[in-house]
Design a protein around this ligand. Sequence first.
Ligand code: HEM
Length: 480
Amino acid sequence: MTMLRLHGFASVDIRGPRALPLVGTARRFISFLDDPVGVVLALRRMGDVVAVVDRNPAIVCVFGPERNREVLSDPDTFHNPEDFFTGPDGSAREKMRAMVVTSNGADHRRRRRLMMPAFHRSALDGYAEEIVTLTRSLVGAWPRGEVVSLDGLCRELSLCIAVQCFYGVDVKRGASVLGQTMAEFVRLVTSPANILFPFDLPGTPYRRGVQIGEDLASRMLALVESKRQSGGQRRDAMGLLLDARDEHGNGLTADEIVALAVELFIAGSETSSMALTWCLLLLDQHPRVLEALAAELSDVLGERDPSPADLPKLRLLDRVVKETLRVLPAAPILFLRSATRDTMLGGKAIPKGANLVVSPLATHHDASLYPDPDRFLPDRWKEIEPSTYAYFPFGAGPRMCAGALFASQSVRLMLAMILQRFHPRTVDAGPIDRRVRANILNAQHGVHARLCPVRANAAPAAPVRGNIHELVKLESRGRS
Ligand code: HEM
């Protein structure tokens, strides 16, 4: 079974840091799987095609818009990992290979085409209503004045929105159990131990992933079933998926439906919740931006809820979300691409089977593209219009995020509604350290904040600790 081909390559002319054979090499691969952001940041000054281990093509990072374009615009040469969800024959984990993100070629094109109507602009207004209603009820119940786990609350909110908008089933109470199961599944299948030791033996993360996969699949089937029984009135994503037909009149198979149901959940809830959490953290740490945004929300909306029609008028809100996704992209690196044939990138020979890393975060922190790249400066968006492969928080090319429009709208609506009620002020409850799992930029120990009422005057932010400072210069840092 090959989860990720890491060995058996001949030496190539791609330079990178040297490592001792075997143990040194294995250690560097583990450190990449554990902290890919730290590794890409360390390698980005060594060129635009850099090996994680000197002359070893097993993991090769590419940097800069041109190299990003070469990899991302050519999905036939650079495949997504297909066996991310490999499992024993017939297991739910194995069936999850039918996800869009783990499909290639004709399968990918077909599944993506069947999925896309659920996320077209025409479907968005319906979702917006659900998002606003749920956000009003959930955020309205957040404990005013208390210290909370901000990422925890944002996760719960995104999760409930995902369940409601994607499945059209009100499972507010069951949503957190489902979310925990999902999070545990993702944690297991993306852990370095699982990727490097994919064997179905007792006590391994692989075996546990198989078990949780079954649990997850049966919960998803139950959701799909309740959707089928509730009839076709509601145009939620699952309803649209169940109705979708390809050009031959064929719909998605049962396995595909379960895989896509899990995929929507994985792809759509944790990414949005972290985008929201990072927006709130950066606003807290830049009180003048927060104050200006509060004034914009008050001018445009007053006390009423936002609607999609308001979003074009909320220009600073738009710049804040764009700048957050630039400086702390929820997806800091993309799925590894593997070369399907010998090819060239930036003048370097890339052998078949090599794994390529493309990083929105490294690109977004390139000083030649963004002056003062580590500063959170929403107003830079008044001046700049970066190219598709220079700014790509949602990926780019034929595999660009299927839910980009949905996510852009939902994050802006949620953020506006939270800020109409609270200004979360970060408290020091531990360091804010990055943790990348399933390609998502999380805060390892969470982000804790006091839910303060909205105030006109911008109080200074409390300093935060942790390696977040390697990614972004926070205003509070100057005073700590
Ligand atoms: C702020 C929120 C989100 C961010 C930052 C984000 C980011 C991304 C990125 C960077 C990719 C490309 C991955 C790659 O090329 O390796 C991607 C793919 C994808 N996203 Fe999102 N995403 C978000 C929300 C969503 C939502 C809400 C959904 C679904 C409802 C979704 C569904 C997908 C799917 C299905 C793919 C795979 C597309 C393909 O391979 O053809 N995402 N996302």
